[in-house]
Design a protein. Structure first.
Lengths: 365, 237
């Protein structure tokens, strides 16, 4: 296990009567990128402010490199971190002066600032804008300036609060790819909070899921996305199909689960009679002509379905399928869509492999 | 019309002819109002920042008082300052009545709420998350305040202009607590009132023109600084 750079212990933030954040323990390891996802109002920004020593929690302690943060050492510890927010929050000065701000605060001389800053302006593709006034920048350029300002500080811990969400999709993708490359090259330890699953999955090697101020799950990005620990996590990581059922028969490491309108075969050891939730990603549902089965896959689950809704997605279609009394969401690419002649009200065969089903046991209501 | 023309000619004679008394009056006006503005800045900027950035019980009352103070009639200030500074008044022992110091005190009471109110407004116009961002790249508390002031520098300049403009041009309070004593507390505005009363319109016009020129020169410099940094509006048809 890598060394812990920053640790939260029994941290809570209360706002009046309500609890905005309640984290009993969170360790950020040196060298890792931790992404925290959650819906709006989950406490993501509050969490990041507590980590960045910008907000004192109501209870609990924050440790940076083993040292407890107090009023007296807060500035010193804060200066080993750097924050980037959703809005670029630049001051009314040139791009260069904005990017140099943090280095100036640390009392560096002009030539030292130039040496530290120039490579970052170049890496972020804004060196040619150095003398431009910050107020005349586009959203993407401004956010690159804000990133350069933070990265030039060579922070031990970089804190990113939804840095891409105010950008248009193209700008966002370009910046996301650049940042991914820069973070891995520079081996920066970072915490990213976002509501965007793709960003979280792309940047975060480890992912935390936050809802109503509580960390519901913390694990590798694949674990969290493929094996959500609860229905709430499943919803946040984009598992649109969550079917409540009961384990019927158990044999040879597999089980048959009955749900309202059908049965499904899943892998794993379960007690008969156990209440479970079947989680299936929309991408894992395959559609075919009615009655047609997948070649050579006898174990697959098949459901007769009626197309209840069609929404065009980017290069795909998002379908809402009615299978007896449960509804499923499936994605289908354009060529299959045309080949199957999908129309609202048509019958199709929906199938999914038992391997594609993640089972959550004894779900809470 | 002839009166104004003659007055203007006389004014130029007085100003450029090196009339010692006119220059003394002008100098004293600048000194008193300059010091009053400076003191008002020292008091008003911190108060304005505190009102903009913090929440405390009684804040609404404080803000309402400051806003009322921004429109305080100088004669009312003069009246209450006189009552306190009067020889038998609560602060009479200081023996300040009819001194330049008394005038500075009265002018601070006039300018300080203007500067505090405009400072508060200028800080409230900043993005509230800017402070968090500056701390987030390692600002200390003094650095934070300095950078926020720098960011609000344009509206703060407006506060300086409004404060100085308010006190250099007021007459009521200066007259009441200064007494318009020749050579000691006579300033441009009180002298203008006196000369007009005596029917010496030429001198009165001369003094008024000096006052206007001072106001204009100061505002021109500050406006130039302020406008230099404004973004240009696109042409709206």
């Amino acid at each position: 296990m890598a060394e812990t750079l920053l640790a939260l212990r029994d941290v809570s933030v209360r706002r009046g009567e309500s609890t905005a954040l309640q984290v009993s323990s969170l360790d950020i390891h040196a060298g890792e990128i931790l992404a925290v996802i959650g819906p709006n109002g989950a406490g993501k920004s509050t969490l990041l402010r507590v980590i960045g020593l910008l907000q004192t929690p109501t209870t609990g302690k924050v440790y940076f490199a083993g040292e407890e943060a107090t009023r007296t050492n807060a500035l010193l510890l804060r200066r080993r971190m750097a924050s980037v927010f959703q809005e670029p929050l630049l001051v009314n000065a040139s791009v260069y002066d904005n990017a140099a701000l943090g280095l100036q605060m640390r009392g560096l001389r002009a030539d030292a600032i130039e040496r530290r800053l120039r490579p970052w302006l170049e890496r972020l593709g804004i060196a040619h804008l150095a003398s431009r006034r910050a107020r005349t920048l586009s959203g993407g350029e401004a956010q690159r300036t804000s990133l350069a300002r933070a990265l030039a500080l060579d922070p031990k811990l970089l804190l990113l609060d939804e840095p891409f969400s105010a950008l248009d999709p193209q700008t966002r993708e370009a910046l996301l790819l650049d940042l991914q490359r820069i973070l891995s090259e520079a081996a920066v330890t970072a915490v990213l909070v976002t509501h965007d699953r793709n960003e979280a999955f792309m940047l975060g090697k480890r992912i935390g899921v936050l809802k109503a101020g509580r960390l519901l799950q913390l694990g590798s990005n694949l674990d969290v996305f493929m094996q959500p620990a609860s229905e709430a996590v499943a919803e946040i990581v984009g598992v649109d199909n969550r079917i409540a059922g009961v384990v019927e028969r158990v044999a040879d490491g597999a089980a048959t689960v009955c749900f309202n309108g059908g049965v499904a075969r899943v892998f794993g050891r379960f007690a008969p009679g156990a209440k479970v939730i079947l989680c299936i990603r929309p991408e894992d549902i395959i559609l075919s002509h009615p009655g047609k089965k997948q070649p050579g896959s006898t174990e697959w689950n098949y459901l007769q379905a009626k197309v209840a809704g069609v929404s065009p997605w980017m290069l795909q279609y998002r379908l809402r399928l009615e299978c007896g009394k449960v509804f499923l969401v499936a994605f289908i690419d354009r060529s299959s869509f045309l080949e199957l002649g999908i129309l609202e009200g048509n019958e199709v065969m929906a199938s999914f492999s038992p391997k594609a089903v993640h089972v959550i046991e004894s779900p809470r209501a | 019309m002839q009166l104004i023309w003659e007055g203007t000619v006389k004014a130029f004679e007085l100003v450029f002819g090196g009339n010692a008394e006119v220059w003394q009056i002008t100098g004293l006006s600048l000194k008193i109002s300059g010091i009053a503005t400076l003191v008002s800045l020292l008091l008003g900027i911190p108060l304005g920042i505190a009102l903009a950035m913090t929440r405390f019980p009684g804040r609404a009352l404080a803000v309402a008082s400051i806003n009322t103070g921004m429109g305080l009639p100088p004669v009312v200030v003069g009246l209450f300052a006189s009552i306190f500074l009067w020889r038998s008044g609560a602060l009479g022992f200081l023996e300040l009545i009819y001194t330049p110091t008394a005038m500075i005190i009265a002018q601070v009471i006039i300018a300080f709420p203007i500067i505090a109110g405009l400072t508060m407004a200028s800080f409230q116009s900043l993005n509230p998350n800017l402070g968090l961002q500056l701390l987030g790249i390692g600002a200390s508390k003094p650095q934070l305040l300095w950078l926020l002031c720098k960011e609000a520098r344009l509206p703060l300049l407006a506060a300086v202009m409004a404060g100085f403009g308010g006190v250099i041009s007021e007459v009521g309070a200066s007259m009441m607590v200064g007494g318009n004593v020749r050579g000691q507390t006579r300033v441009l505005t009180t002298a203008t009132v006196l000369e007009t009363g005596k029917g010496n319109f030429d001198i009165a016009i001369a003094l008024s023109l000096i006052l206007l020129a001072l106001s204009f020169a100061l505002n021109f410099v500050l406006t130039h600084i302020q406008q230099r940094e404004q973004l240009r509006w696109p042409k709206l048809s």
